[in-house]
Write a protein that binds this ligand. Structure first.
Ligand SMILES: *Cc1c(COP(=O)(O)O)cnc(C)c1O
Length: 360
């Protein structure tokens, strides 16, 4: 194998190399069946076992209660922006949303097609550099749920505490699922595209409380009803077999690291290294306010756009890939998901110090 570089991409993001190597073998010949995983019937006993194991591992690692269904869907996290209100809001019903970034805003736009959407908080005027505490907004009494994005991938903000409300939470965890412990029972629905912190692109995990499956209006098409997929264990039609398999391999890897609680400690320490470097310098400036900082995505700026371009180019030549910030805010961004190695952060911090010395 050629030398592996440090991949700071925000998504698809870096995966454990052991998982990639195992997948490359299984794609050609799965469990000595003489055929590859991606050419095998999704109803074969081998693949059914893969799907069941992936679900069971997710249940175990996230401590998902028995009254929740786990679905493996297609259409990306973005399709949940409309599937959620389509299934959970009937005509005239209300939902409350928190506008904390690009993905939150896109979800608001779609939800407005289906119900009465109350945007109780927005940090858009501050370039989404913070998330609110629970006393900064109120949730309308007649709202069905409070919709939020737990980690704002582009702006590098994250809710360190989930909202305190008696309403059920509906949460986009695309970029921080499995990065820290959460209490699933506070949520009506959790969803995440796999490609940030959980596997390859192609599958979206939906964790939904069972009693919500019966709310869907009659007019919703079969494929867009959660119940269709829940009743058939995500095998109503051909599921994204390879992506489900790969998520399963990532979950096995995560379990070996000590599970979600161990990963949470690793993530805090890892992100702390980079934040200390930013805080200890006048050359680098973080985008997010301190108490809203994300452990997964860390956007930062240098004194000028020219220096940022030079920084990104020099870093790339040394094997630090994917440090360019999202086009909507520019600057730099280091995404350091679960599978991103600690040594990569240590090496980046050393490079940052050197770059500062040469260029300030
Ligand atoms: C990447 C991302 C999405 C969009 O995911 P797709 O699978 O590309 O639709 C949605 N929400 C968050 C928080 C994301 O980071």
């Amino acid at each position: 194998m050629s030398k592996r570089i440090y991949n700071f991409s925000a998504g698809p993001g870096t995966l454990p190399v052991d998982v990639l190597e195992q997948a490359s073998r299984d794609i050609v010949n799965f469990q000595e069946t003489g055929m590859g995983l991606i050419e095998m019937s999704h109803r074969s006993k081998e693949f059914m076992a893969v799907a069941a194991e992936t679900e069971n591992l997710l249940r175990e690692l996230m401590e998902i209660p028995d009254n929740y269904k786990v679905l493996f869907l297609q259409g990306g996290a973005s399709s949940q922006f409309f599937m959620i209100p389509m299934n959970l809001l009937g005509a005239g019903k209300k939902a409350t949303h928190l506008n904390t970034g690009t993905w939150a805003k896109k979800a608001i736009k779609e939800a407005k097609l289906f119900g009465d959407i109350d945007v109780a908080y927005s940090s858009e005027e501050q370039k989404f550099n913070r998330v609110p505490t629970s006393d900064e907004y109120s949730v309308a009494a007649d709202s069905e749920y409070l919709y939020m994005v737990s980690n704002n991938t582009i702006y590098g903000t994250q809710f360190s505490e989930f909202p305190e409300t008696d309403k059920m939470l509906v949460c986009d965890m695309s970029s921080d699922i499995l990065s820290r412990r959460i209490d699933v029972s506070k949520f009506g629905l959790i969803f995440a595209g796999a490609q940030k912190n959980m596997g390859p692109a192609g599958v979206t995990v939906v964790i939904i409380r069972e009693d919500l499956l019966d709310r869907t209006p009659e007019s919703v098409p079969t494929m867009l009803r959660y119940k269709t997929h829940a009743d058939k264990d995500s095998m109503f039609n051909t599921p994204p077999c390879f992506a489900i398999y790969a998520v399963g391999e990532v979950l096995k890897w995560l379990k070996k690291q000590g599970g979600v609680a161990a990963m949470e400690e690793i993530n805090k320490e890892k992100a702390g290294l980079l934040y200390s470097a930013i805080d200890g310098s006048d050359f680098y400036r973080g985008h997010a306010e301190k108490d809203s900082r994300s452990l997964m995505n860390i956007p930062f700026n240098l004194p000028t756009p020219e220096l940022e371009a030079k920084f990104i180019a020099e870093a790339a030549s040394l094997g630090f890939n994917g440090l360019k910030g999202h086009r909507s805010i520019g600057g730099c961004r280091a995404s350091i998901y679960n599978a991103f190695p600690r040594q990569g952060v240590v090496d980046l911090v050393a490079f940052m110090a050197e770059f500062e010395k040469k260029n300030s």
